[in-house]
Design a protein around this ligand. Structure first.
Ligand code: CU
Length: 312
């Protein structure tokens, strides 16, 4: 099978391609056919029935034409019923995950994606084995987002306070882009990640390592991993550049102006900033940081603090 993208559709990498692409192409060509037909008829009739002389009479009034009326009712009915069954076949396939799927929990927040595996692994890209049904249980920590994998031809809204499922089965290995397709605020267009599809052995190996991200690392090194995996990098730089949030460079030990007055940045302040970001809002920034209460474990909080201390 040719998996490359076409003029109309992106590259192909899941079992949904078999139902979505033919339906899309059929709709497309039916639309192009009728568009052409209508334009041609408009042109032909305009020329043919043009009033050429002032004394030219209108044709006799035609009240109805049974053959014509039946055909413009029955032919479209057959076409739309055909499209309906074609669409329904694909839709049902997409709604129900086959037995034996593997589950990954997805947490969306402004403006990053987090993936959590039953083994405890967390990651900022979705890693899955090839030819295996994967079900995503998705929820949002703030506003409505939408999880879209163009190469898999699937997408679903990600809604706060409830779980929305989506499943797929990747048909080949590779890295495929994921986008948020619900406008969710300023950095919506940067809310990108990827699905990385691996051979099962490579996936098992990845999972074993990812399940214990702190293994063999000092707290500061673990903190650096978390900075990325927990999505802090979406809003905080470590090189001094200003982003949605203040940079972490030189943060530890400095005097910070906040909504609760001037404070000295120590362990307690950083911890509070993660768990209750609204308690002291840094002057010059919007209070948009989500709380990480219940997300970061104590060990992770300590690791991030140790990492921030190293950013002089
Ligand atoms: Cu979003």
């Amino acid at each position: 099978m040719d998996n490359s993208k076409t003029f109309w559709l992106p590259e192909k990498a899941s079992t949904f391609v078999d139902t979505v692409d033919p339906a899309f192409n059929l709709y497309l060509w039916i639309s192009i056919f009728f568009f052409g037909l209508i334009i041609i008829l408009i042109t032909v009739f305009t020329v043919k029935y043009l009033r050429r002389r002032p004394d030219q009479l209108a044709t006799a009034q035609i009240t109805h034409n049974l053959t014509l009326e039946l055909s413009w009712t029955i032919i479209p009915l057959i076409i739309v019923m055909g499209l309906f069954f074609l669409g329904m076949k694909g839709f049902l396939h997409m709604r129900v995950a086959p037995a034996g799927y593997m589950q990954v929990n997805v947490k969306a927040q402004k403006w990053s994606w987090g993936f959590e595996y039953p083994s405890g692994a967390i990651n900022d890209t979705l890693v899955v084995p090839v030819n295996t049904p994967v079900k995503l249980a998705m929820t949002s920590r703030d506003v409505l987002h939408s999880f879209f994998i163009p190469a898999f031809r699937t997408k679903a809204d990600v809604i706060p306070n409830r779980y929305h499922a989506l499943w797929f089965q990747a048909t080949r290995t590779g890295v495929f882009p994921v986008q948020c397709t619900q406008y969710c605020g300023t950095n919506h267009s940067y809310m990108l990640t990827a699905v990385k599809v691996m051979e099962p052995e490579a996936y098992e190996e990845w999972l074993a390592n990812a399940s214990d991200p702190g293994k063999g690392k000092t707290p500061a090194q673990f903190g650096e991993v978390l900075y990325q995996k927990r999505g802090c990098n979406a809003c905080h730089s470590v090189d001094g550049s200003k982003a949605v949030g203040p940079s972490w460079k030189g943060l530890f030990g400095r005097q910070e102006n906040t909504s609760a007055g001037s404070v000295m940045v120590d362990e307690a302040y950083i911890r509070e900033s993660m768990l209750q970001p609204a308690a002291k809002v840094v002057t010059g920034f919007q209070p948009v940081m989500p709380t990480f209460q219940g997300v970061l474990s104590d060990r992770e909080v300590v690791a991030i603090i140790e990492y921030i201390k190293t950013l002089k």
